[in-house]
Design a protein around this ligand. Structure first.
Ligand code: ADP
Ligand code: MG
Length: 702
């Protein structure tokens, strides 16, 4: 379709006009012909189905009936108001049609005795069925207009309904739009791909979405448009990656120097797993190419990402660069700091910690050391991205548990250097392949898919309140073996006080069940001061306490290998990925570990599925897939922010196969014709160009 026509306001389409345009824009965000064409129906009605009046049931929402008007009258109601009521009959019965307004122009069409077809929503009132504001036309007209058995039903709102902006209006306007176009839609998929996948043309698909002639035609139209949508998402992501490789120069880390070698050969506290070795190699290679690294490091909880991060930071040091590691919580930053300082001792790195609670004098000192280059590695929280934090030469930025940070925060980190630092984003929330592909098609991905040796799989049990006595018994026996235990309560922002009450009551009960001096309990929750939290954490780490009662602040990253039992209270209130993260706090030592999910007796279907999934598998990727199915992609890791997933017709969960296919074809196309310069790819290139202009994809990540 011609560009000027697409940009035309819908105001000029038949049956719309200026007033409806305003309402439609407000309610649906549709302003132009293009918007309208891409406003797809959310379902289709079978218009070949006609009901008899004696077949009507209250459960039927919308029906179509053939019959005739037998009488018409205006009935006064309220203050000076009238409605039009018509009796409508077929051979089996009588019902009423009602208009409250706007019927002046209609009356002449309502000829008693003439065969008519009505369509609309049913109401049941005083033992009679009625239909307010039906769509009505003569049987003759109806037969001509009956292009297909399926009629599009568009998403609506209460306001649209009240203003009489019905399906009919949308259909008419769309008909007009299609008829104005003397050119069909420009085909934006390469012919060879369309042929291979037997996809219908763009024009055919667009018309069929609104006016399908058959269910089969509709399916073909949907397939084509879904493929197109996902294909272009993939093209954008892959192109971006290529462009980035070409254009964004990065520091070259080509020296595997003394520090790295010595550390690697003499000071590793354990032998790396093969997966860790492979990943380190991938990262090393990537940082030596001369292009900026943008890499996602995925590894299930406990897979050993930290040591990989450390090796990368030592590599940075060997190449004369500073590095930083940003963690989402103060507890985690602290833990990384103490862990890494200990580990890195033999490598002789100067490491410091910067968080919100770092004292002013220390902060000042850190700032100076960063600027004069004497500080090698800075670990911290959001405090790292403050403008006052300036590096002499930041070469590597590592972000732990990246889904906790927004896109903007991440990009701030990379602006700390003229040449962008290499970026390594670590996550323990496995991103399902499908989602990773669409979200991070532009990021390179390394996966640690192997746990360190000697770990026993965690046993997960789901228990109800009635088993609480047994639970305490079990806890005592584990503590007797020298183990430690987490008890976690959910914290949901809206009702922090209530949640805290849950936790405090839990602490009361536990204190009675596990009394001093035989037992000691640590408590950590979000409303405590960082210093208090640290103190409590420390007591637990140093085994002065056996039980750690906490809210989800411990979810991320905390590492206490001696803790072997994770009790999750009100487990039904947690999402799957959170449950998996929490479970990952145990099973870090050589002992058999347990995760016990405590729930109430009444569970929703979804909650049941979450518990079953947790009990069935320890595989983070499998869990992420179920999570994606249960929740949809929108919820996962702030995907809405990205804007990439604002899909119009495809569904990442349901259309996984199409996504995969789109990925394959997009990759292949760019391999054969990287710049899409061949004449047969001209329209694909142009379409891609428009999309990339529209979306702010360029600074989507880091
Ligand atoms: P995560 O990937 O969840 O961040 P960590 O890096 O915290 O995992 O590692 C979890 C635990 O496993 C730590 O105690 C760490 O010392 C240990 N670990 C990591 N890699 C290995 C290995 N190759 N062999 C033995 N233990 C390891
Ligand atoms: Mg970690």
């Amino acid at each position: 379709m011609q560009a000027d026509l697409l940009q035309l306001s819908i105001e000029f389409l038949k049956g719309v006009g200026p007033q409806r345009t305003v309402v439609i824009r407000q309610e649906l965000g549709i302003a132009t012909v293009q918007d309208l064409l891409y406003f797809f129906p959310n379902r289709y009605l079978d218009r070949t189905r006609y009901y008899k009046i004696n077949e009507l049931q209250q459960s039927l929402a919308e029906v179509q009936i053939i019959g005739q008007i037998t009488s018409i009258k205006e009935v006064p109601f309220g203050k000076n108001r009238k409605r039009l009521v018509a009796s409508f009959a077929d051979a089996t019965g009588v019902m009423e049609l009602v208009w409250f307004q706007g019927y002046k122009y209609l009356i002449e069409k309502l000829i008693p005795g003439k065969p008519m077809v009505i369509f609309g929503r049913l109401q049941y009132f005083n033992n009679t069925y009625s239909m307010p504001h039906p769509e009505i036309e003569s049987l003759e007209e109806h037969k001509i207009g009956l292009k297909s058995g399926l009629q599009a039903v568009y998403p609506s709102t209460e306001k649209l309904n009240n203003r009489g902006i019905s399906n009919r209006i949308f259909s008419k306007a769309l008909e007009h739009a299609f008829s104005m176009a003397n050119q069909p839609f420009e085909e934006n998929l390469p012919l060879e791909i369309r042929k291979e996948l037997r996809l219908v043309s763009k024009s055919e698909a667009m018309v069929a979405m609104h006016f399908p002639k058959s269910p089969d035609q509709l399916t073909k139209a949907e397939s084509r448009l879904k493929f197109e949508e996902l294909f272009f998402v993939q093209l954008q992501l892959i192109t971006k990656n290529i462009v980035q490789k070409q254009r964004i120069k990065g520091y070259v880390f080509n020296s595997v120097g003394e520090n790295f070698n010595t550390f690697y050969h003499n000071h590793l506290p354990f032998e790396l797993t093969n997966a860790q070795k492979r990943v380190v190699k991938e990262i090393r290679k990537d940082m030596a190419t001369g292009a900026q690294m943008n890499r996602l490091l995925q590894g299930d909880v406990g897979s050993g990402k930290t040591i990989v991060a450390l090796l990368c930071m030592i590599l940075a040091k060997d190449n004369g660069f500073q590095s930083c590691l940003m963690a989402p919580t103060e507890i985690l930053a602290n833990q990384h700091f103490s862990g890494l300082t200990e580990l890195a001792k033999p490598a002789g790195l100067n490491i410091r910690l910067l968080t919100g609670s770092t004292k002013k004098a220390q902060r000042q000192e850190i700032h100076e050391m960063l600027l004069d280059g004497s500080l090698d590695m800075l670990i911290g929280t959001h405090a790292l991205i403050e403008d006052t934090v300036q590096f002499k030469q930041l070469g590597l930025a590592i972000i732990d548990e990246q889904h906790r940070f927004g896109v903007a925060q991440r990009s701030k980190l990379w602006q700390k250097s003229v040449v962008p630092p290499h970026v390594l984003v670590m996550t323990a929330t496995p991103i399902p392949r499908t989602l990773a592909m669409s979200l991070y098609g532009d990021l390179d991905v390394s996966v640690i898919d192997e746990l360190p040796p000697g770990r026993k799989p965690i046993q997960t049990l789901h228990k109800f309140e009635s088993a609480r006595g047994n639970l305490y018994h079990f806890m005592r026996s584990e503590i007797a073996k020298g183990r430690q235990i987490y008890v976690v309560y959910p914290l949901i922002r809206e009702s922090e006080k209530l949640d805290l009450k849950d936790l405090m009551e839990g602490v009361d009960t536990l204190s009675r069940e596990f009394p001093l001096p035989d037992y000691a309990i640590s408590i950590v929750h979000g409303q405590m001061k960082p210093a208090e939290k640290d103190f409590e954490m420390k007591r637990f780490i140093e085994k002065q306490t056996q039980i750690m009662v906490a809210t989800t602040v411990i979810e991320v990253g905390v590492n206490v290998p001696n803790a072997s039992v994770m009790v999750i209270e009100n487990a039904e209130r947690f999402g799957l990925s959170q449950l998996h993260q929490l479970r990952g706090r145990v099973g870090r030592g050589a002992e058999q570990s347990f995760c016990i999910l405590m729930t109430g007796n009444k569970l929703s279907k979804e909650a049941k599925k979450r518990m079953e999934t947790m009990v069935r598998t320890n595989d983070g990727f499998e869990i992420a897939e179920v999570d994606l199915e249960l929740r949809g992609p929108g919820d996962l890791m702030g995907t809405q922010q990205s804007g990439v997933l604002a899909l119009k017709i495809a569904d990442l969960v349901k259309d996984k196969a199409v996504l995969q296919q789109a990925r394959v074809f997009a990759t292949r196309l760019l391999q054969t014709d990287p710049g899409l310069v061949l004449p047969e790819h001209e329209s694909t290139r142009q379409h891609l160009g428009r999309l990339m202009q529209d979306k702010n994809l360029w600074n989507f990540i880091s």
